[in-house]
Design a protein around this ligand. Sequence first.
Ligand SMILES: [Zn+2]
Length: 166
Amino acid sequence: MRRGAFSVSVTKDHLVFSSAHFITFAGHRCEGLHGHNYRARVTIEGQLDEEVGFVFDFVEIKHLMKGLCDEIDHKVLLPLDNPKLQVVECGDDVKVAHEGKPRYVFPRRDCALLPIANTTVELLAELLAGRFRAALDARGAHGLTAIEMEVEENFGQSAVYRVALK
Ligand SMILES: [Zn+2]
C-alpha cells in the first residue's frame, strides 16, 4: 500500500481563453468592459492506476481542458446570476443592463452566458472545475480524489478552486 498521494497538473500555452468581461463590485460600482488572456491550470489528485503507473492520461486532460477553454475563447463572458445585472437574450442579440440601466448590446454568438454570479477568476475557476468534473464523469474516470482549477487573468494574478471528489 502506498502512503503518499499523487497528483498530475497541466497548464499549457494553448489552455488560454482571450475573453472580454466586467465585474460588479459591492455597492453600485461596475467595471467597464475589458479583456484578459486568461490561462487555466488543472491539477487532478487520485490513486495511481497500478497497471499503467499514472493518475490520469495527460493527453485526455489536455484535450478536455482545451475544449473547455475553446467554449469561452473570444467571447464576452456574461454572468446570468448577478442580481445587479440583467442579461437578456433578444433575437440575435444579448442586452445587458446594470441596475436597470441599459449598458451593452452584444451579438449573441459572441457571448458566453455563464451560470455564475460574477465573472471573477474565483468563480470562473469554480465553473471550469465543475465542467471538467462533468467531462471526467462522462468518460467514466475513477479513482480520482480532487480537482484543483487555477485561472490566471494576468501574470502572477490568479485564483484557485479545489473540490474533493467522492
Ligand atoms: Zn478583468
